[in-house]
Structure formats: structure tokens, C-alpha cells
Design a protein around this ligand. Structure first.
Ligand code: NAD
Ligand code: DAU
Length: 352
């Protein structure tokens, strides 16, 4: 792993991953971050690495096939880590189309460029030989498995059964990645992770939104009864899991990533209020998300037992540090909470 393409590196997980990888692996020659800078992309997330001579930012769209194939030619990547996506479930309910084009067609554009550059005879459809050491990693989500009842966990064998336009687009992308492995032998991995939290998360997602509203004494919009369960993973643990799969994963395999941290949404919201010393009267139960998945839980047995990965953060430490980060970076939050974000939330919630 010497020359790496990271897509969506200006977003929440991508920016954490770039910082993590450049700190962990000194032998990287070049890391290119291809990002369109949608409302969710923020180059401020990359200030700590912007002067690293190994790092380059390219402003562009993964759906731009010409740009993507030129990048493969000029940079000679041996590794792709594909984060770029439309990632917010609520937005997918009101604007599904861009989820399909970015998440499915954008993935196919990258797969085609990787196959053309890496296959030893790209014009021969029967050739399954690739340059040694190359890998394409698709960052997917546990949401492709659909929703769980009170018991059970998602394993890599759980049938794909997405319920939102977002998760359907991620599932579609996973199927295309799988097909490129089955048909062309492209060396791929798919990782399916549970809910991430940590620094640089856009304040449309549960934890930073609730933190921001609580600090401003605004109401906290909890969907329905707030008893939906998510399985929380610190973003740095997600980054270490991705690096583990890149370095030790068996190509063609899917790996679930989770931290065994199931919490009801209302529990998280109460924790945030208590940490900030704010009253629970700020909680407002609002109309539930259409098609809202009730529970997610990841069985991480495969990655822990076969690759030796384990999460380092407890939920208590992760949440303490995350709350601290948001409190210490009010400027970051304020610069993000503007424009598109405000319009979007006034459309979503009215005056929240
Ligand atoms: P994010 O919304 O914070 O960031 C997405 C990034 O992709 C942004 O920088 C955006 O500018 C960029 N982007 C969007 N469309 C693009 C395009 N057409 N071309 C190039 N760049 C584009 O997302 P995130 O929360 O960091 O999630 C990253 C990935 O991880 C996504 O694929 C998501 O599905 C997956 N994932 C997220 C979570 C989570 O809890 N956040 C959990 C599991 C999986
Ligand atoms: O499970 C992995 C997924 O986690 C990723 O694939 C997605 O990209 C990521 O956005 C996240 O999806 P969720 O829908 O679970 O995350 P979100 O932060 O939007 O919501 C978490 C839970 O909190 C969910 O049950 C909905 C609820 N919620 C969310 C918001 C924004 C509320 O009750 N109120 C809110 O205002």
C-alpha cells in the first residue's frame, strides 16, 4: 500500500481516516483525496494534514469517469478506499435521486477505472489476473441488512434487505462491487459498519445535532418514542478496522465492523443533556422517520477472530472525548451550521 485513492475524504469518516492513515503508515508515498465538497464535505477537517507532502486534494466528482480514469493513469494507485457517498437517511427520503447516482453509479465509475488500470489484459473479458497487491475497498453500512427485532445480530450471511433509499443505494453499490469480483476477479473487500461517532461529524446526525441544540437551549427532536437502537462505534475504531482489512483481509470477503455498543436513541440524548447540565424538558418527540429501522446490531466475530481486530474505545470514553471535542471546537460547528444546513433543517423540522 503505497499510492492510495481515498474518495469522500473531506467528510466525517474519510477525514478521520486520512489523518489516521498518514499518522500510522510512514511508508505511504501518496494519498489523493477525491471529493466533490457537497454540503457534507469540509476541507477544514483536513487542516492537520494539509501540509503533509504525501497528501493531495482533488476537487471532483466520482461520477466523472474521465477525471477518475485520468487520476488512475497519473497517480498509479494501488489501493482505493471508497467513502464518498450521500450518507444521510433523512435526505434520501426527500431527495432519493442523487443517492442512486452518487452511491451506485459513482461506485461503478471507480470499479471500472480500477479494473482498467489494474487488470493485466483489460480488453480481455476472460482475464482475471491483476497487478500484485492492489485492492479496492468499499465502505458500506450495516443498514443494507435492514432492521432487526428485539433479538439477533447482523452477520455477513444476513440477507440484504434495505429499507430506505439511502440503504437501497448502498446495497446496490455492494452488489456491483460483488459482481466485479465474481465476474472479473477484481480484488475487493466490502466493510459494513455500524453507526460512527466522533470528531468532525456533520451536525445533521444524531449525536452532533443533539449536542449543538442542547448547547443552544434549542429543542432536541427525538423521532417517535426514541427507543430505536443503534450500535455505536468510535470513528477511530472504524479507521483501524479498515486498515486491518486493507492489510490482512482476504480479497472478495465482506467484513462487518461494530463495537458491541447497542444504545437506544433516547439514552444517548439523555446522556448528552446530563453531560452538558441541560434539562430533559428540551426533549421533543417528533413524528417518526418513515420506514425507520428499529434496531441494528453487528456481530463482529469474523473480523475479530480471523483478522485480530478489536475496538479500542469504550462507549463512555468515546462519548466523553467526543463531547469534549465539540465543546472545544465551537468555531468548527458554527462554520458548518450555515447555508444549506439551516435551509435543510427549517424544511425538515420548521423552527427547531
Ligand atoms: P459524509 O456525508 O460525512 O461525507 C461524505 C463525503 O463524500 C463528503 O465529503 C462529500 O463531499 C463527498 N461526496 C459526496 N458525493 C460525492 C461525489 N459524487 N464525488 C466525490 N465526493 C462526494 O459521510 P460519512 O458519514 O463520512 O460516511 C462515509 C462513508 O461511510 C459513506 O459511504 C457511508 O455510507 C459509510 N458509513 C457511514 C457510517 C456513519 O455512521 N457515518 C456508518 C457506516 C458506513
Ligand atoms: O448504521 C450506519 C448508518 O448510520 C450509516 O450508514 C449512515 O450513513 C449514518 O447516517 C447512520 O444512519 P442513522 O440513520 O442511523 O443515523 P442518524 O444519526 O441520522 O440517526 C441515528 C438515530 O437517531 C436514528 O434512529 C434516527 C434518530 N434520530 C436522528 C436524528 C437526526 C432522531 O431521533 N432525531 C434526529 O433528529
Amino acid at each position: 500500500m503505497k499510492r492510495i485513492l481515498v474518495t469522500g475524504g473531506a467528510g466525517f469518516i474519510g477525514s478521520n481516516f486520512i489523518q489516521y492513515l498518514l499518522a500510522e503508515r510512514q511508508d505511504i508515498e501518496r494519498l489523493v483525496n477525491l471529493d466533490l465538497l457537497t454540503y457534507a464535505g469540509n476541507l477544514e477537517n483536513l487542516l492537520p494534514v494539509q501540509d503533509d507532502r504525501r497528501y493531495t486534494f482533488v476537487h471532483g466528482d466520482i461520477r466523472d469517469r474521465k477525471l477518475v480514469s485520468e487520476l488512475f493513469e497519473t497517480c498509479d494507485f494501488d489501493t482505493v478506499v471508497h467513502f464518498a457517498a450521500e450518507s444521510h437517511v433523512d435526505r434520501s427520503i426527500t431527495e432519493p435521486e442523487v443517492f442512486l447516482t452518487t452511491n451506485v453509479l459513482g461506485t461503478q465509475s471507480l470499479l471500472d477505472a480500477a479494473r482498467r488500470r489494474w487488470n493485466l489484459e483489460p480488453d480481455n473479458k476472460y482475464c482475471r489476473e491483476y497487478r500484485p497487491g492492489v485492492v479496492y475497498l468499499q465502505v458500506s453500512t450495516d443498514e443494507v441488512y435492514g432492521a432487526l427485532g428485539k433479538t439477533g445480530m447482523f452477520t455477513e450471511q444476513t440477507p440484504i434487505s434495505p429499507n430506505s433509499p439511502y440503504s437501497a443505494s448502498k446495497a446496490g453499490a455492494d452488489m456491483v462491487v460483488r459482481a466485479y469480483h465474481q465476474t472479473y476477479g477484481l480484488p475487493v473487500n466490502i466493510t459494513r459498519c455500524s453507526n460512527n461517532y466522533g470528531p468532525y461529524q456533520f451536525p445533521e446526525k444524531l449525536i452532533p445535532l443533539m449536542l449543538h441544540n442542547a448547547q443552544a437551549d434549542k429543542s432536541l427532536p427525538v423521532y417517535g418514542d426514541g427507543m430505536q437502537i443503534r450500535d455505536w462505534l468510535h470513528v477511530k475504531d472504524h479507521c483501524s478496522a479498515i486498515l486491518t482489512v486493507l492489510e490482512k483481509g482476504v480479497r472478495g470477503e465482506v467484513y462487518n465492523i461494530g463495537g458491541n455498543n447497542e444504545r437506544a436513541n433516547i439514552e444517548i440524548v439523555r446522556l448528552i443533556l446530563s453531560e452538558l447540565g441541560k434539562p430533559e424538558s428540551l426533549i421533543t418527540h417528533v413524528q417518526d422517520r418513515p420506514g425507520h429501522d428499529r434496531r441494528y446490531a453487528i456481530d463482529n466475530t469474523k473480523i475479530t477472530t480471523t483478522l485480530g481486530w478489536a475496538p479500542a474505545y469504550t462507549f463512555e470514553r468515546g462519548m466523553r472525548e467526543t463531547i469534549e471535542w465539540y465543546l472545544q471546537n465551537p468555531g468548527w460547528v458554527e462554520r458548518v451550521v450555515s447555508g444549506d444546513y439551516l435551509d435543510y433543517y427549517s424544511r425538515m423540522y420548521g423552527e427547531v
